[in-house]
Design a protein around this ligand. Structure first.
Ligand code: PNS
Length: 165
């Protein structure tokens, strides 16, 4: 059984993430989409909300399941018998950081491979952080995320505006 992880913050999941997940699901027997903690990012959705959206978005892929983790990715991989990390690369600018993480993860867990998948050109500009920024100013992101994610995003941002007066 070849099992891979697609790790990320997924705050929220975008069509670009789903493109990588669907391609990983064709490369591996089983794929775990795992929401982790990126200490340098602020969150709009809770981990449970992010996993709920991922579960709904991943229903078309029978060999994909969703999980969360709070510690090191390498520990999660060891605990779940995962031998590959799949990451999308949008542009050269992603490469420096992704290579650094891949090498750190390989040093922590020898034998754990990172597989880079080039993002489809139509998603090369797509990032959850930009989706949130555009949506927060009322921009239309409905082509960039699944419909139910767009609905939740619009609702959450409206709640935020109301609560911040
Ligand atoms: O979508 P992101 O924010 O680029 O995802 C980054 C994530 C969550 C995959 C990464 O920060 C991560 O693996 N966090 C878990 C903690 C960890 O293992 N840190 C060391 C990475 S070398």
């Amino acid at each position: 059984m070849r099992r891979a992880v697609c790790p990320g913050s997924f705050d929220p999941v975008t069509n670009g993430h789903l493109d990588i997940v669907s391609r990983a699901s064709r490369l591996f027997d089983e794929v775990v989409v795992a929401t982790g903690v990126n200490a340098s990012k602020n969150r709009l959705f809770t981990p449970e909300e992010r996993m709920e959206m991922l579960r709904e978005a991943c229903t078309p892929y029978p060999n994909v399941r969703v999980a969360g983790f709070g510690g090191l990715l390498t520990d999660f991989c060891r605990e779940h018998d995962i031998t590959a990390i799949v990451k999308g690369l949008r542009a050269v600018s992603d490469f420096d950081y992704e290579l650094q993480m891949a090498q750190m993860n390989a040093s922590l867990a020898p034998g754990l491979e990172t597989v880079f998948v080039p993002t489809a050109p139509e998603y090369s500009f797509l990032a959850s952080s930009l989706v949130k920024e555009v949506a927060s100013f009322g921009g239309d992101v409905s082509r960039l995320v699944p419909d139910f994610v767009n609905d939740r995003l619009v609702r959450r941002l409206a709640e935020r505006r109301t609560s911040s007066g």
